[in-house]
Design a protein around this ligand. Structure first.
Ligand SMILES: CCCCCCCCCCCCCCCCCCCCCC(=O)SCCNC(=O)CCNC(=O)[C@H](O)C(C)(C)COP(=O)(O)OP(=O)(O)OC[C@H]1O[C@@H](n2cnc3c(N)ncnc32)[C@H](O)[C@@H]1OP(=O)(O)O
Ligand SMILES: Cc1cc2nc3c(=O)[nH]c(=O)nc-3n(C[C@H](O)[C@H](O)[C@H](O)COP(=O)(O)OP(=O)(O)OC[C@H]3O[C@@H](n4cnc5c(N)ncnc54)[C@H](O)[C@@H]3O)c2cc1C
Length: 665
């Protein structure tokens, strides 16, 4: 039914309007023409493999069938990743794409049961294992002789990991640890792939040796027989059931009944238990939390990718869809011509760029700090932790909100699963909770900020908080510029940190314990961390654009996006700006007018911008967002796949409707 090679005429016109070379932007975002070529060849390699096609849309499968189909595909894709490695076409990009919101979410629309093996199990072996342990386990894991997961969260505790209840008690007579789940709430609950996919796990448990508890430590535990996959004795394991989204990820539960593992299965790079049971302390107890930092770092990139997918769908759809009238008797406009629609879409495009640049910055810093940690230098860890926490929180929250805005921007059709916006939302909103619930993470950033604030004469060693050394009373008169917005956001963040700190101190002076004073001030603390993060994101966007060497035409558009992101952020914080800077109501009108000008400037390039993301139709997986814009044909074609349409009369008519109709006669 879909007219092959016919492009919707509105999209043809939109593409003619574009003022810059979309290919130049594609290359820039991929990291160069060669990287674009590699990506495209990777996409062809995976997406054109007939084994990876699904006969029936995922939504029509049962829970069990969804899982089975996901395992089938996961095995094929990781087999193909290994093939790429063997051909010398390996590397991080393969994993990024296949596990994240691009290629991966095209093949496995509702999550991958083997993700945790790559994203947390192997990284934990690498980050927490000794050289000998790495030699023993990594190859096995890498070759998929074993499949692992990361089992930390329990029924009773996810956030407060010091409160985990699973115990690992050392028995020197046998040189073994005994793993045990003493309560119902100590059952592991949530780990991806744990239900029926993994046969091993890194288990986080309270370490007891010589009668003393030393806090949580990581242990490699075999869960299932390597041959039969039957759960091993003492292992109680299963899947936790249906969720808002991610229904193919096989999240599981796990309980231990006095399960024994060798002493050498404790990951001992940082702390150790010697054979006689003596405990050797880690240089920092927080090194056990290293894998979580890694995942928070990669989530920022992933949030950006999901957002750009959603905004590609909504922008193309908005160019194709006609509705209502702006002037009487005029033809129905493309809905993208409604300024309120532009206000929904274009800030999301700009937000994608903002997150992309922060994600790149964070990834580089993460790698540098990891090398320093390897060399025993721990100095930069607190700042990395603080910035990773707030970027993970803000990017996931804004991406989830942005995807929902895109869904609403598509009206009724956005509510169809075939738009792919509902399931994209399901995947992104999960990010707000996993790997550290967002409020909790913002409070971690706030903890760092308050400490820095209290010692702000000593800021040389930091990168992200230098602005806290500025005079709080400095005033920079309003200007319509991103430089002013950065100043205003930093001023806001600094004043919020100062206020939260002051209110904690006042509460302490009134006799409260510091921790209670902290809790009572925590609304302000979260707001301070968020403001700090937003100023960082705008500044990083600004610094990146200033350094880019691109054509004049492209630069103009990127600067418009930077300005839009800046002014959009500022206007969302109008109350704060009025409170903490000398901005006036008149200046806010100026910002509002600037926002509206920017929307108009970006309008002709909107479709060109999302085209530059160069997301294949299979990756968008959407009736509304395909390159050719044949929206209505696709909606019909997808409706025809509903199993209910396979027969003209459903049996429920005879069974229920007919007797019911008769009964009502
Ligand atoms: C193979 C090749 C590679 C391939 C790679 C491919 C990559 C490409 C992939 C691309 C696609 C991506 C796909 C993603 C899919 C992901 C699916 C993921 C599924 C989700 C998994 C999960 O969901 S898994 C569970 C996560 N579960 C949490 O996330 C718990 C949060 N809860 C806490 O994290 C702690 O509970 C909490 C609150 C800090 C308090 O911890 P606590 O009570 O011990 O600490 P306190 O608050 O007392 O703080 C005491 C002091 O520790 C400091 N500190 C705290 N943490 C620190 C830290 N991490 N590092 C340093 N320092 C730290 C703090 O700043 C204080 O410092 P100070 O004293 O100096 O102020
Ligand atoms: C899709 C998904 C996949 C997951 N995968 C894994 C996995 O593979 N492995 C794994 O180990 N775990 C996994 N998890 C678990 C996840 O890491 C936890 O759910 C998460 O860390 C939040 O913990 P919680 O559920 O205990 O929430 P809670 O901490 O109970 O949060 C509930 C509320 O309490 C608030 N709260 C809690 N503590 C504080 C505090 N100190 N200050 C202020 N407010 C607070 C929170 O802000 C939140 O509003 C997964 C979760 C999901 C949703």
């Amino acid at each position: 039914m879909i007219k092959k090679n016919s492009i919707n005429p509105d999209l043809v016109e939109e593409r003619k309007k574009c003022t810059f070379n979309t290919l130049e932007l594609t290359h820039l975002l991929d990291g160069g023409a060669k990287k674009t070529e590699e990506r495209k060849s990777r996409e062809t390699f995976f997406l054109e493999d007939p084994q990876l096609q699904s006969k029936v849309p995922l939504e029509y499968l049962s829970h069990k069938e969804k899982y089975e189909e996901a395992v089938r595909k996961a095995c094929i894709i990781f087999g193909k990743v290994q093939e790429l490695q063997n051909q010398g076409r390996g590397g991080m990009d393969n994993f990024r794409e296949i596990l994240g919101g691009q290629l991966g979410s095209a093949i496995l629309k509702d999550g991958n049961p083997l993700t945790l093996h790559y994203v947390m199990f192997i990284p934990t072996l690498m980050g927490q294992g000794t050289m000998e342990q790495q030699a023993e386990w990594i190859q096995k894991a890498w070759n998929c002789d074993i499949i692992g997961t990361y089992a930390q969260t329990e029924l009773g505790h996810g956030t407060f990991i010091r409160g985990l209840e699973t115990t690992a008690t050392y028995d020197p007579s046998k040189e073994e640890f005994v793993l045990h789940s003493p309560t119902l709430t100590s059952y592991k609950w949530w780990p991806g792939g744990l239900g029926h996919s993994a046969n091993y796990a890194v288990v986080l448990a309270q370490l007891y040796t010589k009668g003393k508890c030393y806090g949580i430590h990581p242990f490699i535990v075999q869960l299932r027989d390597e041959e039969t996959h039957q759960p091993l004795p003492g292992i109680k394991i299963g899947e936790i059931g249906c969720k808002l989204g991610m229904n193919s990820t096989n999240n599981g539960y796990l309980g231990f009944d006095q399960v024994r593992i060798p002493r050498t299965n404790m990951l001992m790079k940082n702390s150790q238990v010697l054979s006689d049971g003596s405990y050797v302390k880690s240089p920092s107890s927080k090194l056990t939390y290293g894998t979580m930092i890694f995942v928070r770092v990669v989530i920022v990139q992933d949030a950006a990718h999901y957002l750009r997918k959603a905004v590609t769908i909504a922008t193309r759809y908005s160019a194709v869809r006609h509705q209502s009238q702006i002037k009487p008797d005029a033809p129905e406009p493309q809905i993208i011509d409604f300024v309120t629609q532009q206000y929904k879409l274009f800030p999301q495009i700009a937000t994608y760029f903002a997150f992309q640049y922060s994600a790149t910055w964070l990834w580089d810093v993460y790698n540098n700090v990891t090398s320093e940690l390897e060399a025993g230098q721990l100095e930069s860890l607190p700042e990395l932790h603080a910035v990773a926490c707030c970027l993970k929180a803000v990017s996931s929250a804004d991406a989830a909100q942005g995807v929902e805005i895109c869904r609403l921007a598509c009206g009724g059709h956005g509510y169809m699963t075939s738009s792919n916006l509902p399931s994209t939302y399901g995947l992104v909103t999960a990010m707000c909770t996993y790997e550290g619930e967002n409020t909790v993470l913002l409070l971690q950033t706030a903890r760092f900020l308050v400490k820095v604030w209290q010692n702000r004469n000593n800021l040389e060693k930091f990168t992200t908080v230098k602005y806290l050394g500025n005079d709080l009373n400095r005033d920079r008169p309003f200007q319509r510029s991103v430089e002013w917005i950065i100043y205003a956001l930093q001023q806001t963040a600094a004043r919020k940190i100062e206020l939260a700190n002051r209110h904690i101190n006042e509460r302490v002076q009134k006799g409260k314990a510091y921790e209670d004073a902290w809790n009572e001030s925590s609304i302000e603390l979260v707001a301070a961390a968020e403001a700090h993060c937003r100023s960082f994101i705008v500044e990083t966007f600004y610094n990146t654009i200033n350094e880019l060497k691109v054509s004049k035409e492209l630069k103009v558009v990127l600067v418009q996006l930077l300005n839009l992101y800046g002014v959009y952020t500022a206007l969302r914080l109008t109350g704060d700006l009025l409170r903490f800077t000398s901005i006036t109501g008149k200046d806010i009108e100026t910002l509002q007018a600037w926002l509206e000008e920017l929307l108009a400037l970006i309008r002709p390039n909107a479709v060109g911008l999302v085209d530059s993301f160069d997301i294949r139709d299979e990756v968008l997986g959407s009736t509304l967002g395909a390159y050719d814009g044949n929206v209505y044909e696709r909606l019909f074609e997808e409706a025809s796949k509903s199993p209910l349409n396979a027969e003209p009369v459903n049996k429920s008519f005879k069974l229920y409707l007919k007797p019911f109709l008769k009964a009502n006669l």
